[in-house]
Design a protein around this ligand. Sequence first.
Ligand code: NI
Ligand code: MN
Length: 239
Amino acid sequence: MAEHKMQMNGVQITWLGHATFKITTPQGKIILIDPWTKTNPVCPEELKQVDKVDLMLVSHGHFDHVADAVEIAKATKPTVVAIVELAGWLKSKGVENTVGINKGGTVDINGIKVTMTHAIHTSGTEDGSYAGDAAGFVIEFENGRKLYHAGDTCAFSDMAIIGELHRPDVALLPIGDFYTMAPKEAAIAVRMLGVKHVIPMHYGTFPILTGTPEALRESLQTLGLNEVEVIAMKPGETV
Ligand code: NI
Ligand code: MN
């Protein structure tokens, strides 16, 4: 377990590497975000097989977020939430329980509230399908705790709205650079969100994704945000 001061009252967050997270809710539901396990070079071997999923969230159509969505969804039959166009694409591939929402919308899936947020990034699937916009998610668990998974994005000033509206307990933010924001920009995202706990993601997967948690800590200190906790997980680790 990575050291941390975050209090999520029974929410367990496991990083499978890159943007892929498996979350166990206080009532024992399994949420899988951006499923990329089989060919994910940093996902531990023993976690590549996912046998139980109640709720799957897919932020956008790029392969490193959607690669194993269809196979895992067919095997585990979760409710799958994605932006409408991507939900339609997943449905066309045989995924049964899709819920296509759009930015600003919230759905309640058996007591877990999922809000789709804005993200600034592209989308589109490997087979050339239009997959709508890229998005992020705020999840409100059964116990009222909230987690923000930003998806792939740069920082944008409307993150202040996400902060004001949802007051997330923790933000999962990309810091890798190249395809998303880098640590310096992620620190400004943290300031706009007003979050006190950050889990960095979308770095270290490939050599090109150079951002590091240490660089994020330094950038936060430069902004005077010394009280923000950066929880640097290792792939496979749970907090
Ligand atoms: Ni992407
Ligand atoms: Mn990505």
